[in-house]
Design a protein around this ligand. Sequence first.
Ligand code: ADP
Ligand code: MG
Length: 282
Amino acid sequence: MTRHRPPLPVSPAEASGAGGAAAYGRVKPSGVDTTHGAILYLEEVTVSFDGFKALNRLSLDIGVGELRCIIGPNGAGKTTMMDVITGKTRPTSGTVFFGQSIDLTGLDESQIAHAGIGRKFQRPTVFEHHTVFENLELAMKADKRVRATLRSRLGGEQIDRIGQTLELVRLTREAGREAGLLSHGQKQWLEIGMLLMQEPLLLLLDEPVAGMTDAETERTGELLDELRGRHSLVVVEHDMEFVTRIADGGRVTVLHEGSVLAEGSMAAVQADPKVIEVYLGR
Ligand code: ADP
Ligand code: MG
């Protein structure tokens, strides 16, 4: 299916250069057609639970290499939106496209993960009795594109990749520790690292700094800055100070009652009377 959409203001070239001083290059969208500049399109997506619309004709585009923050009061539909993107929930109506040509509503959860969409849930789900290094190794080998069995020995290139990811998620010194012994924040970083081992094109993060200390929150902001431009990122977050920090002038989307209430810079949406009313009226 060919799609005809106007190009987004963020071109892939601009996006990949934007603050993306990452030590490695952008993940190549192999098999995903992003020629129109967007990695994800939700169009008129509705999810009804017994007549209640958790999503109500939600339309949203995410640019290649963009870091998009999604905010909104409890019950706005943020988690349901992620459930739809990752195939956990089927839309009642509407379409979800990954690039120009992959219809996600026709794929199951593992096919969607394999296509290049990673999701981090609120609670970290690491293998507590394995070391940090082993967690990353297991995540890499779980990737079907890496032809290896769990018993096979790691090649030098694979060891290097794990080393780079350890650096990125700030766990190099913890590599040999059991994951169960890490702090809450460190577990969150490890889980992000595990997702990165699968080289997702699009990474969805649900409240990544919930429960973190101020220092951990700051380091998570730095980590997202490094991922910016390399991956496309969708971050759902309640901590407004953190959203202001990571949005960095980029677009923020406010959801309310299952649709987009406002979209623009953090400063613009915070000054929007509709947004103020929704937040103050709770
Ligand atoms: P958010 O993540 O923005 O807080 P959710 O997506 O979790 O919001 O929920 C949106 C609305 O849909 C809420 O009113 C919630 O109660 C409802 N909802 C979510 N999942 C289900 C479900 N499986 N069955 C019925 N209602 C649901
Ligand atoms: Mg939620």
